[in-house]
Design a binder for this molecule. Sequence first.
Ligand code: 13P
Length: 250
Amino acid sequence: MATRKFFVGGNWKMNGNKAEINGIIDFLSKGPLDPNVEVVVGVPAIYLDYSRSKLPRSIGVAAQNCYKVAKGAFTGENSSAMILDVGADWVILGHSERRNVFGENDELIGEKVRHALESGLSVIACIGETLDEREGGRTEEVVFRQTAAISKAIGQGSWEKVVLAYEPVWAIGTGKTASPEQAQEVHDQLRKWLAKEVSSDVSQKTRILYGGSVTAGNCKELAKKEDIDGFLVGGASLKPEFVNIINAKQ
Ligand code: 13P
């Protein structure tokens, strides 16, 4: 079986100012962080340059969104080229807040994923069902549809630069974490979907993160599940407990 390096992403969302970011950089620099874990923080675009210049090099920096073309008359948008230009290597795409608050659909997310990968960024691609969809028994249908749109954009080529993040919308910012069993079940289904629709190699090598109310208190149980290869952490990534979440496997 392929070994997948544990991956912990922090998504700061639209939070922080320089003073608060200095605090986060301070606790991340002090750690100590498990050296076997890949750590990436998702930073508001306006602070990407600042954060990249201050964070230890071992910690990756991600934008939280970017547009689907390199440049042009798209007021308010940022491009992959700009993200790379300030030294960040990653972008989070398809986050449920982009889908549900800003109306991004599967097609646009696919176009963004394709352009980001072609530009040389690595992508944290997010998927997840709403509460209505889960209660209606549609979880798999929804996450497979979202993954298919991402997969189509990737083709067979660049999966090694993609991390999938399963974030059930009902668990985001609500304090209602998916149980380790609930998360494992969806991760297992996603891995089987990748094996069938892409390749067994991609299925074995692609990291599938869980996101949604991950804390220092629940991360260890989640991390024990065989198909949970890390986390995408919102609120708790702004606090020193993020270090404990990074070290969940220890
Ligand atoms: P919370 O950890 O605050 O629930 O947010 C999860 C998330 O949306 C990470 O992208």
